[in-house]
Write a new protein. Structure first.
Length: 152
């Protein structure tokens, strides 16, 4: 014979476990989605850096070309090539809050550096909580050296 007052306790315990498991699945799923988006953003930055490393500053190239020096990259030529690559690749559709960061340019004249930033919405989180937090900011940095560099 069961003691009085113990009926229904197992139901509360089982429901509690289900809530905890559902929260864990949500957290792990959200983290995995943000990490996956970060990897996709890094791939976009890598492709843009590769494209930008081939974007020569034409007036500078023709001025240096005869002397045999390295063909120059400038901040302006890198930024223009990155923006063109992002439009051509459709990155704005994948990442609506995509921004080209201030570190984008050519630090040494022979390599391209690309910084991209986005704010990601975390899936499996209620919209009200996501609006309060403002999303997860993700920034990536990628570099590529010009294939025309004679030092290479």
């Amino acid at each position: 014979m069961a003691p009085r007052g113990d009926e229904g306790r197992i139901t509360v315990l089982v429901l509690g476990y289900f809530v905890v498991i559902a929260l864990l699945v949500g957290v792990v799923g959200g983290i995995a989605a943000v990490q996956s988006a970060r990897h996709r953003l890094l791939s976009v930055a890598d492709a843009a850096a590769l494209e930008a490393s081939q974007a020569l500053d034409e007036p500078g190239y023709y001025a240096v070309g005869a002397s045999g020096g390295a063909p120059p990259l400038t901040d302006g030529s890198v930024v223009a090539a990155v923006e063109e690559a992002l439009v051509a690749g459709g990155a704005a559709e994948d990442f609506p809050t995509l921004e080209v960061g201030p570190l984008t340019g050519s630090p040494d004249g022979i390599s391209a550096q690309v910084q991209l930033s986005v704010v990601l919405d975390v899936p499996m989180v209620p919209a009200s909580v996501d609006e309060l937090a403002g999303g997860v900011p993700v920034t990536v940095l990628s570099r590529a050296r010009s294939p025309l560099d004679p030092v290479g």
